[in-house]
Design a protein around this ligand. Structure first.
Ligand code: KIV
Length: 268
């Protein structure tokens, strides 16, 4: 991290303006959070990917509010300067009143500093309600894992012109509704470049090519310990590092210098 002051949404916005890449990694416990902070990541994401990599489920759908609160609180105890974004689990934000209550709970009891929720047009009103109440929001478009069954599997999104256009429109609407950050997952690199260039809020990509304003990886993918097959867009940074802290530093460095992701870790 550039300075040892807390990272806020304003910090991320400034980084976008200056063309400085943002590094983000998922965390689910205190020990790894400490290592991530020492490695210099700007953002720690308590992702509902914990349902797959920690709990052993085959999707994120079984993850509950209790699970997110538990892991978020573990991460918060070790948190220092990195911005802490916490996923709202499946069906915890399907109505505005429910979304407000659950997001407030994640902030009050889980130490979240921003909440992340998946979806486009369908969540615009919810994003607006949260941000109006002072709850910062990270939106998430492209491959949205909580909709895996609706999408028909974990596959690249936005290759067709109409889907790409919808994603572009959704990104603008989410920004207008007050979202502070946008995660773009598994979309063609060219689409991610256009979306990122058209927004003033920062985008953080995963399988979305090199031209997002930042990059995120699931911690277990980054360390090459993913249960089952590692996604093709990720990279095992531990393979060439002496130890875990060095692997985390290598990820941060590769993001900052634009060496990750390369064409091999992106989609056309
Ligand atoms: O849950 C998660 O880890 C995520 C990232 C893949 C962006 O949403």
């Amino acid at each position: 991290m550039a300075d040892s002051v807390p990272v806020t949404k304003a910090t991320l916005r400034r980084m976008k303006e200056r063309g400085e890449k943002i590094s983000c990694v998922t965390a689910y416990d205190a020990s790894f959070t400490r290592l991530l902070e020492e490695a210099g990541v700007e953002v720690v994401l308590v992702g509902d990917s914990l349902g797959m990599v920690v709990q052993g489920h085959d999707s994120t759908l079984p993850v509950t509010m209790e699970d997110m609160l538990y892991h978020s609180a573990c991460v918060a105890r070790a948190g220092r300067n990195a911005l802490r974004i916490v996923d709202m689990p499946f069906m915890s934000y399907s109505r505005i009143d429910q979304a407000l209550e659950n997001a407030a709970c994640l902030m009050r009891e889980g130490g979240a500093q921003m909440v992340k929720l998946e979806g486009g047009e369908a969540v615009v009103d919810i994003v607006q309600a949260l941000t109006t109440q002072g709850i910062p929001v990270c939106a998430h478009l492209g491959l949205t894992p909580q909709s895996v069954h609706q999408l028909g599997g974990y596959r690249v999104q936005g290759r067709e012109a109409d889907v790409a256009q919808r994603l572009h429109d959704d990104a603008l609407r989410l920004q207008e509704a007050g979202a502070s950050v946008l995660v773009l997952e598994c979309i063609p690199a060219a689409l991610a470049r256009q979306v990122s260039a058209g927004l003033h809020i920062p985008t953080i990509g995963i399988g979305a090519g090199p031209d997002c304003d930042g990059q995120v990886l699931v911690l277990y993918d980054l360390l090459g310990i993913t249960p089952g097959k590692r996604p093709s867009f990720s990279h095992d940074f531990l393979a060439d590092a002496a130890d875990i802290p060095a692997a985390l530093r290598a990820f941060v460095e590769a993001v900052k210098t634009g060496r990750f992701p390369d064409a091999q870790h992106s989609f056309d």
